[in-house]
Design a protein around this ligand. Structure first.
Ligand code: AMP
Ligand code: MG
Length: 351
């Protein structure tokens, strides 16, 4: 299949192009598009055949459900059986935005889209191209991240092309995404709302609207040690993984720098190519040849938005080993460390 690559101006997306992309989706085809979090691989969420194609194009396990993207609040009720008042309050503040909510699903949502579950994940993305495309496609786009399953999520249209060229009908290029990490997922099917995946909308922001919020115990270190599994199926798989083995080194800055420099020296003496991920504050202190400055600790949004790109760049550089500092920053630290730990297969050492 020939994949069409179309550049669009996010400030004013060409209507004819958006309509054409919408027609592809209505006909059961696949279109990748930008959102504010990462690029999504879209198919008609109400068409089981389209969802099957999404799993096939990504190589995604079919028990890992897809998020349904809507552009209009009225489109929520036909797919969600019970929408609690607290979820509406959250939508009022954060939709359109980087927030996904889980509800019991109606029969309109095929099990192919919900990964066999009786619940559905719904989000209204904050991106003009995405919103125009959803409206042009009939109102419901199932869209996981537009990467090959297991690879870092795509934050540019070129990343999507690298993974999915020849496998989907069209890629809409709207430039680099703003946030760079996937949406926060909150489950509203339990008594107290539960965070199933940390993201830009952090716990403090959720509590400001909802009051009590729980963290899925399967996501915490204690939960994992006790053998609990994350409730969101996608959080159970190794994910975001660069080709090189990645190790996180945690601790006080001087010790971390010394530890990583020692590890790199050992590896390089054995002929291995090493890369280091460090913040602006300490990047100059590393001896490795391939040091990537991921952004300043004073601005962790910058770190979040660079993470997946940096992991992909190490693939292109062909490094054998990557060492990263830990980023337990106050605002986005939970989300950044959740992705980094998964990319590292939970390899973390204390300096
Ligand atoms: P992605 O769109 O690639 O970021 O993946 C979507 C994430 O949402 C995966 O981790 C899924 O497991 C999760 N998800 C989607 N639908 C549900 C649901 N009904 N219940 C729990 N998790 C869900
Ligand atoms: Mg994904």
């Amino acid at each position: 299949m020939k994949t069409e690559f179309i550049k669009l101006d996010p400030a004013c997306p060409d209507e004819t192009m958006v309509r054409r992309a919408g027609e592809i989706l209505k006909a059961g085809g696949l279109v990748a598009f930008p959102t504010e979090t990462v690029y999504g691989l879209g198919g008609d969420a109400l068409n089981p055949e389209a969802s099957r194609k999404i799993y096939a194009a990504k190589g995604r396990p079919s028990d890992n459900p897809l998020i349904v993207h809507i552009a209009d609040m009225d489109h929520l009720y036909p797919i969600a059986r019970r929408v609690p008042e607290s979820a509406l309050r959250l939508a009022e503040v954060w939709w359109p935005g980087p927030l996904t909510m889980i509800f019991e699903k109606t029969d309109l949502v095929p099990y192919e889209t919900s990964g066999g579950l009786d619940t559905v994940a719904v989000r209204m993305p904050n991106n003009s191209i995405a919103l125009a495309l959803i409206a042009a496609s009939g109102g419901y786009i199932a869209a996981p991240s537009a990467n090959t399953s297991g690879r870092p999520s795509p934050t540019t249209a070129e990343h999507v092309l690298g993974d999915l060229d020849g496998k989907i009908e069209m890629i809409l290029d709207g430039g680099s995404v703003r946030i760079g990490l996937e949406s926060t997922i909150v489950d509203f099917t339990e008594e107290v709302p539960v965070i199933l995946r940390p993201g830009y909308v952090n716990r403090d922001k959720l509590e400001a609207v909802l009051g009590e919020v729980r963290m899925d115990p399967g996501l915490t270190d204690e939960g994992a040690t006790a053998g609990l599994r994350p409730k969101a199926p996608g959080m159970r798989y190794r994910h975001y993984a660069p080709r090189a083995a990645l190790t996180i080194v945690e601790g006080e800055e001087d010790r971390v720098v010394a530890k990583i420099n020692a590890l790199v020296r050992e590896d390089e003496a054995r002929g291995l190519k090493c890369g280091v991920i460090a913040p602006t504050e300490s990047a100059g202190r590393y001896e490795a040849r391939d040091v990537k400055n991921i952004g300043s600790l004073a601005n962790d949004k910058e770190i979040a938005s660079h993470l997946f790109r940096v992991l992909r760049e190490f693939d292109d550089d062909g490094v054998d080993r990557i060492y990263s500092e830990a980023f337990n920053t106050p605002r986005m630290g939970d989300a950044i460390m959740n992705r980094l730990l998964k990319a590292a297969g939970h390899q973390i050492i204390e300096a």
